[in-house]
Design a binder for this molecule. Structure first.
Ligand SMILES: NC(=O)c1ccc[n+]([C@@H]2O[C@H](COP(=O)([O-])OP(=O)(O)OC[C@H]3O[C@@H](n4cnc5c(N)ncnc54)[C@H](O)[C@@H]3O)[C@@H](O)[C@H]2O)c1
Length: 265
């Protein structure tokens, strides 16, 4: 089974993800919420997955208030049973799983590499890398059976160069990049595309909190950035929507930085 043909052979849909179902992990807030909302705006039915139930419910309410369709799955995506149940819930609710965006991640802290605790290193890998693999494992089981699908994993520009005092997170996200490419190579001939989006520094609640506590860091960062501003969660979401859509029918195994030029400064 090949991937979807170039859409110019078909009438251009007015919504990029019309009639698709999409699973978005970490969709309770920040970038994941923006992705879930953008997918719904483009006509997709959205399974909002998060371990924060109140936040997930807010995302569902926002989608429904805008006229979209969504439902919530309470899931810790580092737990295999919860991941399997979340994928099954999508299929039960929407009939099938067409698309997925794996955005959930937790970084377990910064620190000098020779003082870093092994337990913290292990946790970061589990919450950023192993969870992404686990989600793809269960999403692909269904997509490969159907012979079609598209997945976008959320990486980070921390993965592109070495980053002092952030080795665990940077390594985990570097792992997400090569996991994405390896999976793409494995499933391309079976109708499924797999890409990653690598955000620069995005104006999410966590990032805003950090910069409120360390305003000098924000100033330094802005001065070093070609566009001299933080990104918006919605700007990540637009790239994800494109890569999930049939407009990206010949794109797989790529890591797309969405960073205001941060990677080329
Ligand atoms: N904000 C940035 O500047 C930035 C930069 C680069 C990459 N990223 C990446 O973008 C993604 C989203 O980041 P964000 O800043 O929006 O984060 P956030 O902390 O604002 O939101 C993350 C969401 O994921 C959920 N989550 C985390 N771990 C989970 C788990 N195991 N199971 C279920 N839900 C879980 C949280 O409850 C939360 O709702 C992450 O993969 C992050 O590494 C963010």
């Amino acid at each position: 089974m090949s991937t979807a043909p170039y859409p110019s052979e078909h009438p251009t849909p007015s919504q990029l993800l019309a009639d698709k179902s999409v699973l978005v992990t970490g969709a309770g807030m920040g970038i994941g919420r923006a992705i879930a909302k953008a997918c719904a705006r483009e006509g997709a039915k959205v399974l909002v997955a998060d371990f924060n139930e109140a936040a997930g419910a807010e995302t569902v309410a926002a989608i429904e208030a805008a006229g979209g369709e969504a439902c919530f799955a309470a899931a810790d995506v580092s737990d295999e049973d919860a991941v399997a149940a979340m994928v099954q819930q999508t299929i039960d609710r929407f009939g099938q799983l067409d698309l997925a965006c794996n955005s959930a991640a937790l970084s377990r802290g910064h620190g000098p590499i020779h003082r870093f605790e092994k337990a913290v290193f292990d946790q970061t890998l589990a919450m950023c890398l192993a969870n992404t693999w686990l989600c793809m494992k269960h999403e692909l089981e269904h997509m490969l059976e159907r012979g079609s699908g598209a997945i976008v994993n959320i990486s980070s520009n921390a993965s592109l160069r070495g980053q002092a005092h952030n080795a665990a997170y940077a390594s985990a996200k570097g792992g997400v990049n090569i996991l994405t490419k390896s999976t793409a190579a494995e499933v391309a001939a079976r109708g499924v595309r797999v890409n990653a989006v690598s955000p620069g520094t995005i104006r999410t609640p966590g990032v805003e909190r950090h910069f409120e506590e360390h305003p000098a860091q924000k100033e330094m960062l802005l001065q070093s950035m070609p566009m001299a501003r933080l990104g918006e969660p919605g700007e990540i979401a637009e790239a994800v929507v494109f890569l999930l859509s049939d407009r990206a029918s010949y794109i797989t195994g790529q890591v797309l930085s969405v960073d205001g030029g941060g990677a080329v400064r």
